[in-house]
Design a protein around this ligand. Structure first.
Ligand code: FAD
Length: 300
């Protein structure tokens, strides 16, 4: 199939893009990397009158460090963050998660903003956004707005973006010293996740200080299970605690069955992945603590 006819606009600045969005509203559609939108156009599941192509807007392509955060422009390619030493060091959870997105060819074109705005329930970056407490920045002719990841993802492929709003940036708290792990199960390498988990743990004196878990593929939006984070807080990590958390996760999640996997399978897999991800995250977080623990021993 081929797309229904549309007009094409290629703004060169954010101001021009938001003017076009304000003019066309629901009839306009943003084109970023095209990795999700172009198939939808070809199948005529999306039939915008005007395509607003962001690919000439250089000001949306950046990775910047600010006060304790890393800001990533919406048109930054997924491959760019995968290859970024800054992202690897300061945003290890994102660095790990992005490598599960499709294949290198897809990540060469696909953008960070496109993945977040598309909000596929099995996508990796929305779960990374939820686990790391990211903030999304939008622009329209009415001004700028910031939305928490939890407030941004509303339902299947639905976000808090208004028809005249552009997603311009995601701000992610730097978490270089936390232990992180992203694990998923997919049918084939590069497929969307049947179930996946993003885990972030901070440790102090051998005990777990804070835990954040976010799941993908098990609900309409990235799912947090606060109840599953509590058992580890203030405790020394042990296999038995991970097993307890895995049971809570499997009991609390309420995924749908579809042609790819049953709900029961998704719940089980999410539980197993959680236990593994927590063990991995804790092992990564403990490394910077090793010196201070031995110095405590030295000082008796
Ligand atoms: P586009 O396809 O251009 O746009 C997607 C949607 O977001 C459109 O509705 C568009 O209007 C809107 N949009 C884009 N940017 C903005 C913005 N700045 N402001 C407002 N709205 C915007 N993704 C995964 O997460 N995991 C996978 O495993 C995975 N596997 C894939 C496998 C294949 C074979 C393919 C083709 C794609 C796969 N994808 C996967 C999707 C891919 O990651 C896309 O890059 C992503 O979903 C959309 O990003 P994009 O830049 O291509 O956006």
């Amino acid at each position: 199939m081929k797309p229904a006819p549309f007009q094409y606009a290629a703004p060169e600045t954010v101001d021009e893009a938001v003017m076009l969005l304000s003019e066309y509203g629901r009839d306009g559609k943003i084109l970023a990397g095209g990795q999700s939108l172009v198939p939808l156009l070809a199948m005529r599941l999306a039939r915008p009158s005007v395509l607003i192509d962001l690919n000439r807007i250089a000001e949306l392509d950046y990775i910047r460090q600010t006060d304790g955060e890393v800001a990533i422009g919406a048109m930054t390619r997924q491959r760019t963050i995968e290859r970024s030493g800054e992202v690897r060091e300061h945003l290890p959870l994102w660095w790990e998660a992005v490598r599960y997105v499709g294949h290198p060819q897809i990540r060469n074109r696909g953008t960070v903003g496109g993945s977040l705005a598309h909000a596929d329930p099995s996508a990796e970056l929305p779960a990374a956004a939820a686990a790391t407490g990211a903030t999304l920045v939008t622009r329209s002719t009415r001004g700028e707005r910031t939305v928490s990841a939890e407030g941004f993802f509303l339902s299947y492929l639905a976000t808090a973006l208004e028809p005249d709003e552009l997603l311009v940036e995601v701000r992610i708290p730097a978490h270089a010293r936390a232990g992180t792990a992203f694990l998923e199960v997919a049918r084939r390498h590069g497929d969307y996740a049947l179930a996946g988990v993003a885990a972030m743990v901070t440790m102090r004196d051998g005990r777990c200080e804070a835990v954040r878990l976010a799941f993908t593929g098990v609900g309409p939006v990235p799912v947090r299970v606060a109840e599953a984070e509590e058992p580890l807080i203030g405790r020394r990590p042990e296999e038995s605690v991970y097993a307890e958390i895995a049971r809570i996760v499997a009991g609390r999640l309420d995924p749908d069955s579809d042609i790819h996997a049953s709900a029961a399978y998704r719940k089980d897999v999410a539980g197993v992945l959680t236990a593994r991800a927590l063990a991995l995250a804790v092992s990564r977080a403990q490394e910077p603590m090793a010196d201070s623990r031995s110095s405590m021993v030295d000082h008796g």
